[in-house]
Structures are given as C-alpha cells and as structure tokens.
Design a protein around this ligand. Structure first.
Ligand code: NAD
Ligand code: MG
Length: 407
C-alpha cells in the first residue's frame, strides 16, 4: 500500500474474535486457512463440529480457541480429556445451548455460519439477535425463515455478509450502500450462475442409476456431500435463488439462473443502462470468505490468480427443467412464500440423506419433495415456532413416504 507515513505510525489492525459454526466442514476449514494467514487480524474464539471429533480436537490444539462445541455431553467429556492430555485449555461445550452460547458471546465479533442444513438456523439466529457480524454460508437458515431472519438482522443491528460464492459475487457488484431495492439502484435483475454439476451432460435415462459418489463428484468445487448432491440436482441453485431474494430484496422473477460450466463468473448484476457487472475468479471458497472477513478492506486469501488466457472461453446455457426439476420446485415455493420454502428444504434434506444412504434413487429426490409440498398446507411464516413446526412435519411426511416405499 503506498503511504508517506513511517511504518511504526500505522495503527495496528483491530483483532476480531471469530466463532466458526461447522469448523470441521469444507467452509469451516477454508475459513481456518484464511484466518491462519492473518494472525494479527483474527483470533479463533470458538469452533464447533458434530462429527470428526479427532479433527476438531486437532483444530483446537492448533488454533487454541476458548471454546469448542460438540453435539452431546458424552462426546464433550471425551474431547475435554483429549484436550487436557494435549495441554490445551479449550473448554468443551455441547448441544444447541453450547452453539448458541458461542454464537452470541459478548466477546465474539464475527460468526461464520457454516453448519449444513436446518441445524444451523437457531445458532445463526442467536448470532443475529446478539447483533454480530455474520458470514453466512448456511443458506438453509435463510431459506427456512427469510422474513423473520432479515427482520431480526435489521432490528438487532447485525451485519449480514454472504459467503455463498454467488451471493458474495452479487454483493461485490452492487453499488456501495445498496439500500435493498433493486429498482432504486437501477438494477434490472440478478443473474445467478450455476456449474450444472457433475450430471449436466449425462443422458437423462442414466440419471436413475446415479450413485452417491457420482453425484458428489463436483467438477469445480470440492464441498460437503449434502451440498454436492444439491448441486447435482440443482436444488442448490433453487435454494440460492430464495437466498438471493431475501438478501437483495428481489422477487423470484428478478433472479435468472444461467448454467456456466467453467464456474469462473460467480454471478452478475444487470443494470438498466445495459451494463452487466460480474465478479470473476478461480472457484475457491477462500475468495468470498476473505472478502467478507476483511470487508470493506481486502486481504490475501491464498487463492491463485485467475489466468484468463488459460480459461480462454466462457460458456453459458439455460437450465433444462426436465433434467433439473428441483430448480423449478424451488422457484415455485419462492413465489408461494410462507412456510413453503421451509417444507421444501426439510423434504430435500430427508431425500438427500436417503439418497446418500442408498435408500432411494437420485431421480426420486423431487418425488419426495413433491409429495410433501402436495400434502402439507402452507402457513404464514411470521413466527419461528411455525417455521420449526413446518420443518418437523415436512420431515415426518418425507420419512413416511420413504417407509411406504421400503414396504
Ligand atoms: P460440510 O458437510 O462439509 O460441513 C458441515 C459442518 O456442519 C461440519 O462441521 C459438521 O460437523 C457440522 N454439522 C453437520 N450437521 C450438524 C448438526 N446437526 N448440528 C451441528 N453441526 C452440524 O458442509 P459444507 O460443504 O461446509 O457446507 C456448509 C454450509 O455452507 C451448507 O449450508 C452449504 O450449503 C453452505 N455452502 C457451502 C459451500 C462449499 O463450498 N462447501 C459453498 C457455499 C455454501
Ligand atoms: Mg453457492
């Protein structure tokens, strides 16, 4: 940075205390990679993980958080003993209360919300209600409870920064101080790019036999297994469409989805004067994570610079509703609103888990979701209890569908 001041007079960067919810996952580990590059800026305050306790223990030994959070009391006791033996003074908490404690702790500045699925909703809301800076990867939380979530963000003065790569790209392409109304900023629409996943070119008749490993073999992004299956079905883009509506004040019709197999353009904003602004980069989650961690500054993320000549060409095509029925289902529930997105999300989580456990075929994922959406009336989602009830009953209906199939 050019400066005429002697180095010693530059004020030190204020260090931020960071809680990472879902630290053992793909987004969590990428966040730790970025944080380790900037020890003067970031201090790990708490790490959580539900499985892979050995990995979580190792992360605690390396990053020395004040707290770790696991799922149950028994695991917390075991991990506390391992940590004591390793000379670590990290305190191990457990369960929903433990997650909410580290999300809302007065000493925490920033919470990275990287738990997968509906389990991320309550701890993320705890961070929102405590007025934290939240780096949101857990799109399911926003899909389930968008209106309540966004209302709490503004009431509690929380700062919500998207680290889902598409939404982070859009955030970067919006005017500074964007007020939440597309038309006021001269924006016509938002364009979400999608890689199309690993099954984009597979003959339709072969989708019936797709295995979990095939569905998880994403061509551009290494990710957790749930989001990888969602990418293969394009439900991920459907959830992201709903996420974009809440984050940027768009209607479903103002969000277009375009398949872009190279995953170099992470999304675009289309302005009324004919300008389209895009954010480009190598597909690496450390870019959106670094951007949101340091915002409004920029820091090194460790990501290799994009070589445009090596990329050479960028392709685009419209998504095919026959191949990707989940995307159309998500667009439909985005328009319906109320508890419909929470039900879609819950049914999808059950269906994806069943597919990964080889209980159903890949092509049956939309069947499970359709059954739940057809069976359950939609209510207004203006109360968290209503949303959680819709989630629970949608899971029950989906499980009943699976049980009927098994008999
Ligand atoms: P992952 O499966 O790799 O990791 C999930 C993390 O959540 C793990 O730490 C796991 O222990 C924890 N977890 C799982 N179930 C839990 C539960 N019931 N209670 C508490 N903790 C639980 O997932 P991921 O790929 O890192 O994705 C995390 C979130 O980020 C998802 O919502 C996903 O949609 C979103 N996201 C991921 C990526 C990516 O590149 N992986 C990109 C954009 C958005
Ligand atoms: Mg994404």
């Amino acid at each position: 940075m050019p400066t005429d001041q002697p180095i010693s007079s530059i004020p030190p960067v204020e260090s931020q205390n960071i809680t990472i919810l879902g630290a053992t996952g793909s987004v969590g580990l990428n966040t730790l990679d970025v944080i380790s590059r900037h020890p003067e800026r970031y201090r790990v305050f708490a790490l959580s993980g539900m499985t892979q306790l050995e990995l979580l223990t190792k992360l605690c030994v390396v990053h020395r958080p004040f707290y770790a959070v696991v799922a149950h009391a028994k695991e917390a006791r075991a991990m506390q003993n391992w940590l004591l033996e390793a000379g670590s003074d990290t305190l191990v908490l457990y369960g929903e209360r433990g997650l909410e404690t580290v999300a809302a702790h007065p000493q925490v500045d920033t919470v990275v919300s990287a738990i997968v699925g509906a389990a991320g909703l309550k701890p993320t809301l705890a961070a929102v209600n405590a007025g934290k800076k939240i780096l949101l990867a857990n799109k399911e939380a926003l899909v389930m409870s968008g209106a309540l979530f966004m209302e709490a963000v503004s009431r509690c003065g929380a700062i919500l920064l998207p680290i889902d790569s598409e939404h982070n790209a859009i955030f970067q392409c919006l005017p500074v101080g964007y007020g939440g109304v597309l038309a006021d900023a001269g924006i016509r629409r938002i364009v979400l790019t999608a890689s199309g996943g690993p099954l984009r070119e597979m003959p339709l008749c072969a989708l019936y036999d797709v295995t979990p490993d095939q569905a998880c073999a994403h061509p551009n992004w290494p990710m957790g297994r749930k989001i990888s299956v969602d990418s293969a079905s394009m439900m991920n883009k459907g959830l992201e469409l709903i996420e974009a509506c809440w984050l940027f004040g768009a209607t479903p019709d103002q969000v277009e989805v375009v398949i872009h197999p190279q995953s170099v353009i992470h999304s675009l904003v289309d302005y009324v004067d004919g300008s389209m602004l895009a954010q480009l980069g190598n597909p690496d989650m450390r870019t959106p994570i670094s951007h949101a961690l340091a915002w409004p500054e920029r820091i090194d993320s460790g990501v290799t610079p994009l070589n445009l000549c090596a990329v050479a060409r960028l392709d685009f095509e419209p998504p095919d509703d026959t191949r990707f029925p989940c995307l159309a289902l998500a667009r439909q529930v985005a328009k319906t609103g109320g508890t419909a997105p929470a039900m879609l999300n819950a049914a999808n989580e059950v269906a994806v888990a069943a597919f990964l456990a080889q209980r159903i075929r890949f092509t049956q994922i939309p069947d499970v979701i359709n059954t739940v959406l057809d069976d359950k009336p939609v209510e207004a989602a203006n109360d968290l209890e209503v949303v959680l009830m819709a989630d629970t009953s949608a899971r029950l209906l989906a499980e009943q569908w699976l049980a009927r199939r098994a008999n």
